[in-house]
Write a protein that binds this ligand. Structure first.
Ligand SMILES: *[C@@H]1O[C@H](CO)[C@@H](O)[C@H](O)[C@H]1NC(C)=O
Ligand SMILES: *[C@@H]1O[C@H](CO)[C@@H](O)[C@H](O)[C@H]1NC(C)=O
Ligand SMILES: *[C@@H]1O[C@H](CO)[C@@H](O)[C@H](O)[C@H]1NC(C)=O
Ligand SMILES: *[C@@H]1O[C@H](CO)[C@@H](O)[C@H](O)[C@H]1NC(C)=O
Ligand SMILES: *[C@@H]1O[C@H](CO)[C@@H](O)[C@H](O)[C@H]1NC(C)=O
Length: 485
């Protein structure tokens, strides 16, 4: 009795310290509704790494090693799942299950105290954790059977999470969709002959609505919530964007896409996002809403095979850089990075390899080159004198702007302070410069591999239309043109 009273008391104390959101990296939607800001109005550039299984597979020592690495590389957010896939029945690395008897109304304190400790450690390193309260397959299975989170407990569980973890962005849905059908059957039927199978579509929106209402009730005003969609499994439904499902809800405070890991059409041929054209859903989200930050929440992960199939090439740092600059220049409020062995915290011997990428431990793959290079996307944006007036500006590119990994993207300061143009292919391009205030701007080429600027002299004052020829380098062909001043 005495022991449990002490445990309860100390956990309450503990929560109080954990949960006070540090001002320096909290969010607001002002002064520009498109971008994240700190509570004192400074830019907050979302540079996220993906670590869905952080609490499940790593012990505290390992989690600290991981967070230290990400903090050093300038990550500002880490995406995690409080409960993942089989996590309800499979104890975490410490041997703890999240609930007693899988009952969502009976949280198992040791499991959640480990989550608290990891979150608190990340905060000390200026890294904010984003939380998926329960992965999508806990709401419904692939086969479309209802999961353990349902109408009866979704509100209460959401409220509990909201109270315990205020100030952390929350992501519902977790790699499924609110509208679902029997995916196993759809795939099987397609393999048999390609006929589009008739399957019942089930709408699980009400469970997510209840979860969101619970979060808002537990956390109060200012809760930051989105959903993390995957591609649809049928034709004619909403596009796979957070706003397509819940765009009318005030709780949906930021919009996301998942451009995913495949550059060829899925089976069956359903509406899908191409991993090499992640800027397309970003452009759509930018047009649909005026007031929400936008993110590609799951672009192709470094070290993951195209379509997660062995035998295909795996996505490399170059693919990751190209997709990231294109998304941000097309209007995204930040970037999401992922590495195939790191999101799952793969430890040889502890779990079966998924085969979705070359088999290496998370501890090795935290050093993949893209994880360092991704910080230079943030740098080229934060180095500018203005942040909140930035807008996408494809219209300044004159002539063909290319497609996929040849797509040239432009973003400008709407107040005339700068022009940034990203080229993945290092061939000359022509732009209109009339948006720029200065006719004698400082001009440079920014190197996405190391964040360094190579200043060059303009030939006299800037003409209204100018052609620029990017430098050539042996190890990359992507560059950012910077005109400023
Ligand atoms: C975590 O696991 C590592 C092995 O990767 C081990 O060396 C370390 O002692 C463990 N730490 C804790 C706190 O259990
Ligand atoms: C939700 O799940 C619980 C446990 O399986 C069950 O008792 C309850 O009836 C379900 N509620 C709904 C609305 O399906
Ligand atoms: C889903 O489809 C598979 C394959 O056709 C089938 O075995 C399974 O029973 C289906 N599940 C449901 C819930 O209908
Ligand atoms: C990365 O992959 C692309 C194909 O998607 C390939 O053209 C390029 O050479 C690769 N880059 C490196 C550095 O391996
Ligand atoms: C430039 O790119 C956008 C998409 O980013 C496209 O809609 C537009 O047609 C392109 N313009 C030209 C001239 O290629």
């Amino acid at each position: 009795m005495v022991l449990s009273a002490i445990a309860f008391f100390s956990s309450v104390l503990y929560c109080t310290t954990v949960l006070a959101a540090p001002n320096q990296i909290s969010y607001g939607l002002k002064p520009n509704d498109r971008f994240f800001a700190t509570s004192d109005g400074k830019p907050f550039f979302w540079q996220a790494d993906t670590a869905w299984l952080l609490y499940q597979n790593l012990n505290l020592t390992e989690a600290k090693t991981y967070i230290d690495d990400r903090a050093t590389k300038g990550f500002t957010v880490i995406l995690t799942a409080a409960l993942f896939q089989e996590g309800l029945k499979t104890p975490n690395r410490q041997g703890d299950l999240p609930f007693i008897n899988q009952d969502f109304s009976k949280p198992n304190e040791p499991y959640w105290q480990h989550v608290d400790t990891v979150i608190e450690y990340a905060w000390q390193k200026q890294v904010r954790i984003a939380l998926v309260p329960a992965w999508g397959n806990l709401i419904h299975t692939n086969d479309n059977l209802p999961g353990p989170v349902n109408q009866s407990n979704a509100f209460d569980f959401g409220q509990w999470i909201g109270k315990r973890y205020p100030g952390l962005p929350k992501m519902l849905v977790g790699d499924t969709n609110p509208y679902w059908m029997n995916k196993t059957a759809v795939k099987a039927n397609y393999a048999l002959g390609g006929a589009y199978p008739a399957q019942k579509v089930t709408d699980f929106s009400d469970v997510y609505e209840a979860q969101a209402a619970g979060l808002v009730s537990g956390e109060g005003k200012g809760a930051m919530i989105t959903i993390h969609c995957t591609n649809q499994w049928f034709e004619g439904g909403p596009l796979a964007l957070a706003s397509s499902f819940f765009g009318h809800r005030s709780w949906l405070t930021f919009d996301t896409s998942q451009s995913g890991h495949s550059d060829f059409p899925p089976n069956p041929p359903i509406p899908w996002w191409n991993a090499r054209r992640g800027y397309e859903p970003v452009e759509i989200m930018y047009k649909v809403h005026q007031k929400r930050p936008i993110l590609d929440n799951e672009p192709h992960y470094e070290g993951r095979y195209n379509n997660a199939k062995q035998g295909n090439a795996y996505w490399n740092a170059s693919n990751v850089r190209i997709g990231s600059y294109q998304a941000v220049f097309s209007g995204a409020s930040g970037v999401t990075y992922g590495s195939d062995n790191v999101w799952q915290m793969y430890i040889p011997g502890l779990s079966e390899p998924t085969g979705s990428g070359p088999t290496r431990s998370w501890a090795e793959d935290i050093s993949l080159p893209g994880s360092s290079q991704i910080q230079y996307v943030k740098k080229v944006i934060l180095d500018r004198k203005s942040y909140f007036t930035r807008v996408p500006a494809q219209e300044i590119i004159i002539g063909d702007n290319g497609s996929g990994e040849e797509h040239v993207t432009a973003t400008i300061d709407g107040a005339g302070g700068f022009i940034l143009v990203f080229t993945p292919i290092s061939v000359p391009f022509t732009i209109s410069t009339t948006s720029l205030r200065s006719r004698r701007p400082k001009a440079s080429w920014y190197n996405p591999l190391n964040g360094e600027y190579m200043v060059f002299a303009l030939d006299g004052s800037l003409k209204s239309t100018e052609t620029f020829t990017p430098p050539t380098a042996p190890d990359h062909s992507d560059w950012v043109l910077v005109l400023e001043g």
